[in-house]
Each structure stands twice: as C-alpha cells, then as structure tokens.
Ligand binder design. Structure first.
Ligand code: SF4
Ligand code: SF4
Length: 96
C-alpha cells in the first residue's frame, strides 16, 4: 500500500508532516526510526515497536490500552494543541 494513504500505528498521517517525504520516507517505510528519536535516546519509536513489532498489529486501534503511556506529548505543541492532535489520531484509529 502506498505510504501516506493509511494511518501510522499511532494514528498520525505522514503526509501532514512537513518532513514528509523529502526528509522522512514515512513511519512504515522507516520502521519507526523517526528523526525525533535523536532527542529521546531510543532507536525505534516506542509506539511502533510495541504495536507492530511486539503485538504484530497494524495499528493501535484495537488495543484496550489506547492511548497508553507511550503516546507522549509532542514538545513542539502546546498542551491544548497536543490534546487536539491526540484526539484526531484516536478518531482516525477508531474509524479507519
Ligand atoms: S514513528 Fe511512532 S509516532 Fe511516528 S508515526 Fe510512527 S508510530 Fe507514530
Ligand atoms: S500498548 Fe497498545 S496503544 Fe500502547 S503502543 Fe502498544 S499497541 Fe499501541
């Protein structure tokens, strides 16, 4: 399936990100090794690792723990913006 036509494991849509596609090929193409991990000390996104690698699921939509503690705040957003963004991601995961 073409990258960007489906939601990422966390509910994000890669084409909505300014880094896509020139600087990042998209979550599934890079298998969760996203650029901002440089600020976290992790090698792979915790959501991607748990959902795709750990539970062998395509996305978090069916997980009873959603949204779990791995859904951390985006530091580039205000609390209000982050909450709105998370709500949008969860809506996508529940309706896709
Ligand atoms: S790398 Fe992680 S946060 Fe980014 S789109 Fe993929 S699952 Fe979501
Ligand atoms: S615990 Fe569930 S909601 Fe959290 S990252 Fe893993 S699959 Fe997704």
């Amino acid at each position: 399936m073409k990258e960007g036509t489906n939601v990422s494991p966390c509910g994000a849509l890669c084409p909505e990100c300014a880094k896509y596609p020139a600087e990042c090929a998209g979550c599934r193409s890079i298998e969760g090794r996203v650029y901002w991990l440089a600020y976290t000390g992790r090698a792979v996104c915790a959501v991607y690792e748990c959902c795709v690698k750990g539970k062998n699921m395509r996305d978090c939509g069916a997980c009873p723990a959603l949204p779990c503690e791995k859904f951390t705040k985006d530091p580039t957003l205000s609390d209000k913006e982050n909450a709105a963004n998370l709500a949008k991601m969860l809506r996508r995961l529940k309706t896709e």
